[in-house]
Design a protein around this ligand. Structure first.
Ligand SMILES: O=P(O)(O)OC[C@H]1O[C@H](O[C@H]2O[C@H](CO)[C@@H](O)[C@H](O)[C@H]2O)[C@H](O)[C@@H](O)[C@@H]1O
Length: 269
């Protein structure tokens, strides 16, 4: 598919079917899907067309929207400026915001101690590795390596892994030029299952670009639609090239859903 191509015929057919379900949940990963990847996490912003389409979807009957992100809720809210109706799952499923009400992660004393260790180890590793830095989250720390030389990045990740291997209660995932370390075990698959229940959804649309999104793709069920953004192995049924192609996909879904709900008798006053 080219950069500006519309969704291909098989994806369009799947969206057409999805647009007709009773209650629909449209859940999107943020970085690399809603927002193009940038060097500094705080500079990421949604593609305007995707943000508009999500807002339109959120205003339709029986249609819920969600962002399911590895970011902390605070960071997600800051960069995404989400519509208050959009449900938010942060820290890969450990934090939730529903209808504007936040459910923050609460750490027990052991987890607090593990977080302190995590911070100390990653700060120390980062101080020795030029071009790396540490992002803080309520239940974890992220070692960013995007601006480091490849060999420096690889050595820093290996050293952090080596030092953290001995610590029980630390969960490590690799993402796009990041080492994600958390003291809470949470996955986007659990996030999707939770949202499906909260939304009472008959079907779910989910799009993601990273390895951690594979948990969410695996949580999809018959009748759902999963779309992988970019290259790499995936459990998703469909694929688009980049966030620009994702914008067209979400726009099409919003258009189809608006047309169909406008024709549903129960939605007419
Ligand atoms: O689940 P997501 O919404 O995709 O969040 C995953 C991680 O995204 C951020 O890091 C990634 O995006 C940054 C900005 O484009 C980029 O600089 C970094 O290299 C990427 O890995 C965020 O900083 C992490 O906390 C999220 O877990």
């Amino acid at each position: 598919m080219s950069h500006s191509a519309s969704p291909d015929a098989s994806l369009e057919a799947a969206l057409r079917r999805l647009a007709g379900v009773g209650r629909l949940l449209v859940a999107l990963d943020f970085d690399g899907v809603v927002a193009p990847i940038v060097t500094r996490a705080e500079d990421a912003r949604p593609t305007p067309e995707t943000a508009d389409a999500v807002a339109r979807l959120a205003g339709l009957p029986d249609t819920l929207t969600a962002f399911v992100s590895g970011r902390s809720l605070a960071s997600l809210v800051k960069v995404a400026s989400p519509d208050p109706r959009t449900l938010l799952v942060g820290s890969h499923g450990a934090e939730v915001r529903l209808g504007g009400e936040e459910h923050p992660v609460v750490l027990d004393p052991e987890q607090e101690a593990a977080l302190a260790t995590l911070h100390r180890v990653l700060a120390e590793v980062s101080s020795q590795a030029e071009g790396t830095w540490v992002e803080e989250k309520p239940a974890g720390r992220v070692l960013h390596t995007r601006e480091a030389a490849p060999e420096t990045a690889a050595a820093a990740v290996a050293e952090a892994r080596r030092q953290l291997a001995a610590h029980a209660g630390v969960f490590i995932k690799e993402g796009k030029q990041v080492l994600e370390c958390s003291v809470v075990h949470a996955t986007k698959g659990e996030g999707i299952a939770f949202l499906r229940q909260v939304a009472e959804a008959d079907a779910v649309f989910f799009a993601g670009d990273d390895v951690t999104d594979e948990d969410a793709f695996r949580a999809l069920e018959a009748g759902d639609v999963g779309v992988k953004v970019g290259e790499g192995e995936t459990a998703a049924e469909f694929r688009v090239t980049d966030p620009a192609a994702m914008a067209q996909t979400v726009e099409l879904l919003a258009r189809l859903r608006a047309d169909l709900t406008a024709r549903r008798p129960q939605d007419q006053a």
